[in-house]
Write a protein that binds this ligand. Structure first.
Ligand code: PLP
Length: 430
């Protein structure tokens, strides 16, 4: 496979777009460098790049494209929205329909607000929690990505429960001092943090199923205990469901797991591929937001008809009976096939999978929290990524990202992917 045109386009991009990419995760820095592939067309489970190479896609745009590329029902909804005018700056009936649809699927969303990205949604839930509780500090879990607002670009310090340190230039030490980062699935560390800072904690920010150091499920009872301890301390539980909402079930991870937060942030899938975010939760808390209350949040593009109608159409596709069972069946088939190859070629690797999402980690035996994922072999993953690309399989260019299945993937796609993994593993390079 040749990537001549992509390489040329990347050089051109580097002269005008910072780093050649509009989000750092799109660069190939995490997989040993090189020019990222420029895609020109997506259809169903497949992509065509600028060199006319074809790929089976497991990136799914980092999660949103759960129905596959250019799903006709979503495409029609976007075309209809465009024909009716893309932005009004007034309320529309579509927002009512969509908010009601979300609340029916995720009952904890007693009141909802639409915003434009997952970052905005999470950022606002933190402001709402701070306004409502009158407290400052936030607890989050190591390795979980919550967007690029200042408060969540804070890394763990050393030790199991520590005040954070800035994870990006431009995030001040004062901001970092308001964030406490503890390991996921480590209840003792969480309890310690709560005991130490409890009257200062506004909220605990949780990805109920982690999607950002691969797919990692909560240990049995972990989320329930986090809820109890947080509420006992008078703080709020905020779920970041930007990846998980409608990923594993028609609803949130909270519905799948039977746990209930006070506030939820969402994005990705609920826009059907167009920019969107949403947050919502308990009515009494949400009523603290303007125009009803003193916590401010606004947006020119928020609730724009194209994103909302695209999101409604996406959920309509996902409502089809059997959708999530089929994603699980294909996910299991993919996992089994790769596991068989792991055993056949004695590759030191482990798979974490939940339904239609999975991650393959090299040189670790188990991944239950961030340190495990961090220890996995990135250099090997980089080689795997590039060899799979040559095989026509498009994965996310990072050892921490998930593979996402879509409703457009077929048994043939899975068979072809497993065959590619066999060829790559039999190379003797792993
Ligand atoms: N929260 C989680 C769990 C995410 O995975 C992401 C993005 O990957 C975000 C928040 C930020 O969302 P966005 O990129 O739409 O701003």
């Amino acid at each position: 496979m040749q990537f001549k045109r992509s390489e040329h386009l990347f050089k051109e991009a580097e002269n005008v777009i910072l780093g050649g990419v509009n989000s750092p995760s799109r660069s190939y820095k995490g997989v040993g460098g090189g020019s990222p592939v420029f895609m020109k067309k997506g259809s169903g489970s497949r992509f065509i790049d600028e060199d006319d190479n074809e790929y089976i896609d497991y990136l799914a745009a980092y999660g949103p494209i759960i129905t596959g590329h250019a799903h006709p029902h979503i495409t029609k909804a976007i075309q209809d929205a465009a024909a009716d005018g893309v932005l009004y700056g007034t309320p529309t009936i579509h927002e009512n329909h969509f908010a009601e649809k979300l609340r029916t699927a995720i009952p904890s969303l007693e009141r909802v607000r639409f915003v434009n990205s997952g970052t905005e949604a999470v950022m606002t839930t933190i402001r709402v929690a701070r306004g409502y509780t009158g407290r400052n500090k936030v607890i989050k879990f190591a390795g979980c990505y919550h967007g690029h607002s200042d408060l969540v670009l804070v890394a763990a310090g050393s030790g199991p429960a520590t005040l954070g340190s800035p994870d990006s230039a431009g995030v001040t030490k004062n901001i970092a001092a308001e964030v406490i980062t503890v390991p996921f699935n480590n209840l003792a560390a969480f309890e310690d943090a709560m005991t130490q800072w409890q009257d200062d904690i506004a909220c605990v920010l949780v990805e109920p199923i982690v999607g950002n150091f691969g797919i990692v499920e909560p240990a049995p009872g972990f989320l329930e205990a986090v809820n109890q301890i947080t509420h006992d301390a008078g703080a709020l539980v905020v779920y970041d469901e930007v990846i998980t909402a409608f990923r594993f079930t028609y609803g949130g991870a909270q519905d799948l797991l039977g746990v209930k937060p006070d506030l939820t942030a969402m994005g990705k899938i609920i826009g059907g591929g167009l920019p969107i975010g949403a947050y919502g939760g308990r009515k009494d808390i949400m009523e603290s937001v303007a125009p009803l209350g003193p916590t401010y949040q606004a947006g020119t593009m928020s609730g724009n008809p194209a994103s909302i109608r695209s999101g409604i159409a996406c959920l309509e596709v996902l409502e089809t009976p059997g959708t999530y069972e089929e994603l699980d069946r294909l996910g299991a088939k993919l996992e089994d096939g790769i596991q068989q190859a792991i055993e056949q070629y004695q590759i030191p690797a482990v798979i974490n999978r939940l339904k239609g999402a999975m991650t393959l980690y090299f040189d670790v035996t188990e991944v239950t929290h961030y340190d495990d994922a961090d220890r996995s072999n990135g250099e090997k993953f980089g080689r795997f990524f590039k060899m799979m690309l040559q095989e026509g399989i498009n994965l996310a260019p990072s050892k921490f990202e998930a593979w996402f299945l879509t409703t457009a993937h077929t048994d043939d796609d899975i068979d072809a992917t497993i065959a590619a993994v066999h060829r790559v593993f039999s190379s003797g390079e792993f």
